[in-house]
Ligand binder design. Structure first.
Ligand code: AP5
Ligand code: MG
Ligand code: ZN
Length: 215
């Protein structure tokens, strides 16, 4: 049983590491970005609203995002714990979420901060490809699919995310520095923050996260 948050800038490797970590600890991987993208694809009211912000590299409003996650983690498949990828992303979301958990008699166990310098993040985003069906991230150079354009995991079509255009990536990095980076201070105060160097091979990052989580 573990409730974990994966923190880190766009391109840090949250999505890349999340599947394996969730599998190893037998917890559910929840990515707010993936949930928003699925809603955009289906054209739901939530998707239409989220798209306005995502296309600019801005954050979706806090209340909307908190409601979504707090609803999701109360479902049965989260009983054994979960790995949050991309949430919380503002101090407001973190405080709101802590209060929500406390009201249910729960709390977070670990916050893993994947640290990567900006200079490494731009080429990672530029070369990223993502599966349309299952959301698995690839990279044309650092982690290509076995068959071009086809997801290794599910056979889905692999595409480039609209918000991976260089201008938008730069804005996402700016938004991260301004609105999300302060979260490290917030969680440091709670004593559950563990920093991991994300500028290493994917396997090494995975091993370091497992170690930080106590395995
Ligand atoms: P989201 O989908 O969460 O995007 P993000 O935070 O910008 O993070 P990324 O998915 O870009 O990066 P990642 O860390 O997952 O990196 P990845 O593993 O893919 O959010 C998108 C949007 O949704 C937001 O902008 C916002 O609008 C909205 N949103 C979502 N959550 C929200 C919230 N809580 N509040 C408000 N709005 C919210 O890796 C990147 C690339 O690098 C890949 O190509 C990968 O193959 C490669 N790579 C990974 N690790 C390595 C390595 N060790 N070495 C070499 N290459 C590597
Ligand atoms: Mg991601
Ligand atoms: Zn897939």
């Amino acid at each position: 049983m573990k409730r974990v948050v994966l923190l880190g800038p766009p391109g840090a490797g949250k999505g890349t590491q999340a599947t394996g970590i969730a599998e190893k600890f037998n917890i559910l991987h929840i990515s707010t970005g993936d949930i928003f993208r699925a809603n955009v694809k289906q054209g739901t009211p939530l998707g239409l609203k989220a798209k306005e912000y995502m296309d600019k590299g801005a954050l979706v409003p806090d209340e909307l995002t908190c409601d979504l996650v707090e609803d999701r983690i109360m479902q049965d498949d989260c009983k054994n714990g979960y790995l949050l990828d991309g949430f919380p992303r503002t101090v407001f979301q973190a405080e709101h979420f802590d209060k929500f958990l406390a009201s249910k008699g729960q709390q977070l166990d670990d916050v893993i901060d994947i640290e990567v310098p900006d200079s490494v993040l731009i080429p990672r985003a530029a070369g990223r490809r993502v599966c349309k069906q299952c959301g698995k991230p690839y990279h044309v150079e650092f982690n290509p699919t076995k068959v071009e354009g086809v997801c290794d995991a599910c056979g889905g079509e692999v595409y480039q995310r609209a918000d991976d255009a260089e201008e938008t990536v730069r804005n996402r990095l700016k938004v991260y520095a301004e609105q999300t980076a302060p979260l490290t201070g917030y969680y440091k105060n709670s004593g559950i923050l563990k920093a991991v160097n994300g500028d290493q091979t994917m396997d090494k990052v995975f091993a370091d996260i497992c170690k930080a989580l106590g395995e």
